[in-house]
Design a protein around this ligand. Structure first.
Ligand SMILES: *Cc1c(COP(=O)(O)O)cnc(C)c1O
Length: 423
């Protein structure tokens, strides 16, 4: 019979794990150990040679288990499974999304370099770019989703630092506005300004859409990054991150991770393995619920505007880009109430089923106010430019029954008293 290729969701229960190595246990146990016993001194020597890059791996040689900062079965099985969704050569899992992001930026940038990044990015990323990178002599230039290729290049030329461009970092769709960035344009700019000595890498934070609905490596990116705290973990009970890419890139990322020591623990990896088994059904149901909620909000008289990819108008430039990069509108909605912070807070304070909390992609619905919470570190002016107004609310849609979700949104909106008529 011809070899059958399983879909990733079919492999999430078993791939990369051999029960015979663990007393027949159907699921991988937690390998709660710091170090691993070598059979012989020769074996230990061979493992270290590979781990420290003193020689190439022989064909079919696997990196032996040494020490849990370098490798651990829970970490390795998880990384092997995550590779399947993005069709990546290799993956590195971190103790947080921020440690994944900061490790990538530290590995691929050096003093004097320039980072081009899409704005807005996640608040923690924004802080690292603006408050840490300058301390080691790395400049950053932001571009917005409405700038085209020519305008971005013009801006780089204008800065006088074009020859220092070393990395393009994008977050798409942007949090919290769902604005989308064309990855192929970033790839073109990176290619245009790469030289034989210096490759400009493109990194994409795919937390909002991955690993199910968008695969940036296939769209021209070199590196894909996740906060695995979000959809991948999916139960609001852990913090983790992941980086994926080709072998050459991942060897660099994993080497720096070994020396920063910011890998995920065996217990976190075990929880993530459990989460991966239901990843697809969770994300798909969250998306189905979100479509209905977005439609409802879009027709509500107290709502000024809804930002949801499923509401983009066919035929527009944005819609074309959306269909090129994404296979789903996702489960993240933001919307502007008519009014300001007062109206937004009235809505948030009266929600009963949604939890008033930051984070996203979890089984339960979460609601928050970006201007005063996740994006409070950005100046009011810049927030306004990014569309993060005081009346903006962000919803992460969960797995609750859709009738209950709609009831909660409806009764929350009923509590909003709009005194001034805003037409
Ligand atoms: C949450 C988040 C991060 C940071 O991840 P942590 O796991 O909280 O460190 C980065 N990017 C995006 C888009 C996020 O939503």
């Amino acid at each position: 019979m011809a070899k059958h290729n399983y879909s990733p969701e079919s492999l999430m229960m078993s791939y990369g794990y051999n029960p015979e190595l663990s007393e027949g246990a159907v699921k991988p146990p937690i390998f709660q150990t710091s170090t691993f016993v070598f059979k012989t001194a020769e074996e230990g020597k061979a493992f270290f040679e590979v781990a420290y890059g003193l020689r190439e791996k022989d064909q079919n040689e696997e990196l032996g288990l040494i020490y849990s900062r370098i490798n651990n079965p829970n970490l390795e099985i998880l990384e092997n499974r995550l590779c399947l969704w993005d069709k990546a050569d290799d993956c590195a899992v971190f103790e947080s999304g921020m440690s994944a992001i900061s490790t990538v930026l530290l590995e691929f940038l050096k003093p004097g370099d320039v980072l081009l990044y899409s704005s807005p990015v996640y608040g923690g990323t924004d802080h690292f770019i603006h408050h840490f990178l300058p301390k080691i002599g790395i400049d950053a230039i932001g571009f917005s989703p409405d700038q085209n290729e020519k305008e971005i290049i013009q801006m780089l030329i204008h800065s006088g630092k074009l020859d220092k461009l070393a990395m393009i970092y994008v977050e798409t769709p942007a949090n919290p506005t769902n604005a989308i960035i064309d990855i192929s344009i970033c790839q073109k700019i990176a290619e245009q300004f790469s030289t034989n000595e210096k490759k400009v890498h493109v990194a994409v934070d795919n937390t909002y859409m991955g690993p199910l609905w968008s695969h940036p490596l296939q769209l021209g990116a070199d590196i894909v990054i996740y906060s695995a705290t979000k959809y991948i973990g999916g139960h609001s009970d852990l913090i983790a991150g992941a980086v994926l890419g080709n072998q050459e890139i991942m060897t660099r990322v994993k080497t720096l991770r070994t020396f920063l020591g910011n890998m995920a623990s065996p217990h976190t990896c075990w929880l993530l393995l459990r989460s991966l088994e239901t990843l697809k059904v969770r994300m798909e149901q969250q998306m189905e619920n979100a479509k209905t909620v977005a439609e409802y909000l879009n027709n509500h008289p107290k709502v000024e505007k809804v930002f949801y990819l499923g509401l983009l108008k066919p035929g527009t430039k944005e819609y074309l880009l959306y269909t090129k990069q994404y296979s789903s509108p996702g489960a993240m909605i933001s919307f502007k109430l008519k009014g300001s912070e007062k109206e937004a807070f009235q809505f948030l304070n009266h929600l009963k089923l949604f939890k008033l909390a930051v984070s996203l992609g979890s089984t339960e619905g979460l609601a928050q106010h970006p201007a005063s919470m996740t994006h409070c570190g950005i100046t009011p002016e810049n927030r306004e430019k990014m569309g993060i107004t005081n009346s903006l609310v962000r919803l992460s849609i969960g797995l609750e029954n859709i009738n209950d979700i709609l009831w909660d949104v409806q009764q929350g909106l009923e509590k909003v008293i709009q005194l001034e008529k805003i037409c």
